[in-house]
Design a protein around this ligand. Structure first.
Ligand code: WQD
Length: 343
């Protein structure tokens, strides 16, 4: 089996991707320093897979510790690099923390990839690299505007670092630009685990609905959209996960025409914040306690994906709709409430 190193594998998208990789006959090694994740998420992964996952609690900002993992595991065929801080608001308050962590870890993992001749590299990027695009529907060729946050800047810089590294080294890479990953694995054994008060919409909705939060706000209803609230392309985390497996298949089969290929991962459908709340209320049967508040600094008004390239080249077809996303997110929140985490 082809051996794949997954950094940040205890995280939301990382854990779901490990499940998909193993189910598609890849061997997986996880690296995560658990600074923003919980190693117990792997309990849920192992429950789904009915097998153990090799995990190293290592900080990728420590080159020697990272290097040791490669020395101990010869023959790694590919790397999927998720490990990074990703809270937009926090990045505005602590930019240097974000530049140091997100870029140092990336450079270290790329240095090891070069030294140990790991041929395939998949980078976790984000639609945030588009900034506030002129057109709502973006393709991979849409020109990037200035990032709205230091977090977004680390993704723009990260893409450039990967592109330059592969040009110099013969590595082959894919940049996957996620839109808004939401939901949970249908088994409800793994899901999103925000640390502290959730910044993102769907966990804010589910935590408010279950009573962890007394109320939530809709950040802005005076935008030039059909109902005044922002538009986003919500995509199920399992569809995002499967795209990583397909991206590796694509690289391993040497189908990439360029050293570094870019793919948008979104459904291509845009929902407003208020529409997402309404859909949640219908799916859960819970009346959500929210108020209409002021805009949030740094928010993009409307963005959703033209995903034709991923559909055509990766043969990727997102299969979950908005109701599945909200239903699995809600069921995961209920499980956390009823059973706790890590069981
Ligand atoms: C979506 C919409 C908010 C919370 C960011 C990153 C992106 C990715 C996902 C990592 C916005 C509104 C939110 C709330 C609200 N990060 N909202 N009330 O900002 O589109 O994307 O997170 O993978 O890279 O840029 O996601 O879920 O924070 O916000 O009204 O309590 O929901 O204003 O319009 P965002 P989000």
């Amino acid at each position: 089996m082809k051996k794949i190193l997954v950094t940040g594998g205890c995280g939301f998208i990382g854990s779901h991707t490990i499940v998909d990789l193993v189910e598609n006959n890849y061997e997986v090694i996880c690296i995560d320093n658990n600074s923003r994740s919980n190693a117990a998420m792997l309990n849920g992964v192992e429950k789904i897979l009915n097998r153990k996952v090799k995990n190293y609690k290592v900080d990728l900002c420590n080159f020697d510790d990272t290097h040791a993992v490669f020395q101990e595991n010869p023959g790694i065929t590919g790397i999927i690099h998720f490990a990074a801080y990703k809270a937009v608001g926090e990045s505005v308050e602590k930019p240097l923390l974000y530049f140091e962590n997100n870029l140092t870890s990336l450079v270290n993992i790329l240095k090891c990839a070069e030294e140990f001749k790991v041929p395939h590299f998949v980078f976790s990027s984000s639609c945030t690299v588009y900034g506030n695009p002129d057109a709502m529907i973006v393709t991979e060729e849409t020109p990037q505007k200035p990032a709205e946050s230091p977090y977004g800047a680390t993704k723009q810089m990260g893409e450039r670092i990967v592109e330059d590294a592969v040009k110099a080294s013969g590595l082959k890479a894919i940049l996957l630009r996620y839109f808004n990953p939401v939901g949970a694995h249908p088994s409800i054994n793994i899901g999103e685990l925000p640390i502290g008060r959730p910044a993102n919409l769907v966990p804010a909705i589910t935590q408010t609905a279950i009573g962890k939060l007394p109320m939530m706000q809709v950040f802005g209803t005076d935008y030039d959209t059909r109902d005044g609230s922002c538009i986003r392309d919500f995509i199920h985390v399992c569809d995002i996960a499967h795209a990583h497996t397909l991206a590796l298949d694509f690289l391993v089969a040497e189908k990439n025409t360029n050293a570094c290929e870019i793919f948008n991962l979104g459904t291509g459908d845009g929902y407003t914040v208020l529409e997402a709340i309404k859909a949640f209320e219908e799916v859960s049967g819970v009346k959500l306690n929210y108020k209409l508040g002021p805009r949030r600094a740094g928010d993009v008004i409307a963005i959703y994906a033209n995903n034709n390239k991923a559909k055509k080249s990766l043969l990727w077809n997102p299969k979950y709709g908005i109701r599945d996303m909200l239903d699995t997110a809600w069921k995961w929140e209920l499980k956390l409430q009823n059973e706790g985490f890590g069981s």
